[in-house]
Design a protein around this ligand. Structure first.
Ligand code: HEC
Length: 175
């Protein structure tokens, strides 16, 4: 008799136990789902923000050009001067001469031997093109032989580009 009662109690406990376990599983699953959904939404938002940011940055370079100082750019150009001349009549060094570079066709200095990718690039140096290139040369023109890591600071690039735009016969309009 005792054994029967004990096994009945055990079965009841087991059923109760399974119920509890099921409860716990359901309980855990629900929040997991909603967390997942929230994550999805968050990712979307982040991507949107990111693309807006890069658009902003491009617009920024045009706006920034009117706020930065060319003399700051002159100091920053020291990073480039090991390989580039910027003065009128300055020749090519490790890199091509940069007098009048803005508005010039990419890879078109006649006395300089460019890498294949730069010679074939086919665009002209606009403010935006220059900004993207200087930010990370090897990413913008893949295969370029210019070994310069890049200038991360948007304001520094703007000042540098403004300085470069002053070292030319025909500066590009700032609008
Ligand atoms: C270690 C040397 C080195 C440094 C430092 C360097 N460059 Fe260059 N640069 C080169 C070389 C080499 C090329 C030619 C790249 C090719 O042919 O792929 C080049 C090409 C360029 C061009 C393309 C010129 C054209 O005729 O189309 C621009 C613009 C330029 N550099 C700007 C800069 C600026 C601005 C800096 C400083 C922030 C800088 N470079 C720093 C070596 C350098």
């Amino acid at each position: 008799m005792n054994k029967i009662i004990v096994s009945v109690i055990l079965v009841i406990l087991l059923i109760l136990g399974i119920n509890k376990i099921t409860d716990i599983i359901f309980y855990v699953e629900k929040p997991e789902k909603s967390i997942y959904q929230v994550e999805g939404v968050t990712t979307k938002t982040t991507t949107k923000t990111a693309s807006t940011n890069s658009d902003d940055e491009l617009e920024n370079i045009m706006t920034l050009l009117t706020t930065v100082n060319a003399s700051d750019g002159e100091k920053i150009f020291k990073k480039c001067a090991a390989c580039h001349s910027i003065t009128k009549g300055g020749g090519s060094k490790i890199g091509p001469a940069l007098w009048g570079i803005l508005g010039r066709q990419v890879g078109s200095a006649s006395d300089y031997k460019y890498s294949k990718v730069m010679a074939a690039y086919g665009k002209t140096w606009s403010f935006k093109e220059m900004d993207s290139f200087i930010k990370k040369p090897k990413d913008w023109i893949k295969g370029t032989k210019m070994s310069f890591a890049g200038l991360k600071d948007t304001k520094e690039r703007a000042a540098l580009i403004l300085y470069m735009n002053n070292n030319t016969d025909i500066p590009l309009p700032l609008q």
